[in-house]
Design a protein around this ligand. Structure first.
Ligand code: ZN
Length: 312
């Protein structure tokens, strides 16, 4: 039992009772803004009950193209920490940070990750049609090895923003990193079960470059690494030829892109639609990909189902 003097000392030290688990109210939590849903989940995993996370781009939203709302500006202004992906994913974000008057520290989750260069698959490299070629592919989270770096950067940013919570953040991060190790073993085992000649598929936009590099399933996309530019008729025709020539077993829809293009490609190429992959955003909490780990599990399960067995 705490005596009155100890209680008073506690108050004087500014600790009050908020340090007890379950006592802190929403207002007392550390306000953190994450630019999109995958990052928001990673921040929640590390921050636990000590943080209140706001995701700017919500579930199933497209983080490449986004129009911030007044509520986003308010969340930014109140934030103690803002976590962004970087690698030019969130082109709309610098303006929001400026206009909101945010004073928060901005932490870049991809800091220290070796970016892969966007191949501009979907474009005729010689055409020189205005957009910059050879920029970095922002979808680094599709490699679980990179996700570990995201988690370490988020842990360090939370430790700095809220030093009183350091022990909690460090412990949460360590436990979560162990889960990522298990997840990565599962992904590798699933890929190993797919016959080598069937490890190839089509998605709408080029979101799986890091997955390709890490796990050896090839993904080809008619659209580039951003959803900002549309695929041309020429790009689509090339993909259809490629599906036929290389016997690509399946095409996948993505939760963040319009299904029409893939449906057209499936129809004209004869490839089957393998399901929906969560590329750049989680599903809502009730969906199959409400967390980063569930997203990766869902994606590899869809990939294995579509590519694994061959036609029934
Ligand atoms: Zn993307």
């Amino acid at each position: 039992m705490m005596n009155r003097r100890a209680f008073a000392a506690c108050l004087a030290a500014g600790l009050a009772l908020t340090a007890l688990p379950g006592v802190a109210s929403a207002q007392e939590k550390v306000p953190v803004v994450a630019s999109f849903s995958i990052l928001a989940d990673l921040v929640k995993q590390v921050g636990g009950d000590r943080v209140a996370v706001t995701s700017l781009v919500g579930p199933n939203g497209d983080a490449h193209v986004y129009s911030p709302t007044p509520a986003d500006a308010k969340a930014m202004a109140a934030a103690k920490l803002v976590v962004i992906n970087g690698l030019h994913l969130e082109g709309w974000l610098p303006r929001l940070i400026k206009s909101s008057g945010a004073k928060a520290t901005v932490a870049t989750a991809t800091k220290g990750i070796k970016p892969i260069e966007a191949e501009e698959e979907g474009h005729d490299a010689k055409a020189g049609h205005g957009h910059d070629h050879g920029h970095d592919d922002p979808h680094a989270w599709q490699s679980i090895t990179n996700a570990r770096i995201y988690v370490a950067n988020i842990r360090d940013a939370l430790d700095a923003a809220d030093p009183a919570g350091k022990a909690v953040y460090d412990a949460n991060a360590a436990a979560y990193l162990a889960k990522l190790d298990t997840l990565e073993s599962e992904v590798k085992a699933a890929v190993a079960r797919i016959p080598a000649e069937r490890r190839k598929a089509i998605t709408t936009h080029d979101a799986f470059g890091y997955f390709v590099k890490a796990y050896g399933v090839e993904f080809i996309a008619p659209q580039g690494v951003s959803t900002e530019s549309e695929a041309s008729a020429k790009d689509v025709a090339r993909i259809i030829r490629q599906i036929k020539a290389q016997k690509v077993p399946a095409v996948f829809l993505e939760n963040v892109t319009n299904p029409r293009l893939i449906e057209q490609i499936a129809k004209e190429s004869g490839a089957k639609i393998g399901g929906t992959l969560y590329s750049d955003a989680l599903s809502d909490a009730s969906g199959p990909a409400g967390t980063y780990i569930d997203m990766m599990k869902h994606n590899i399960s869809e990939i294995e189902k579509a590519l694994g067995a061959g036609p029934a």
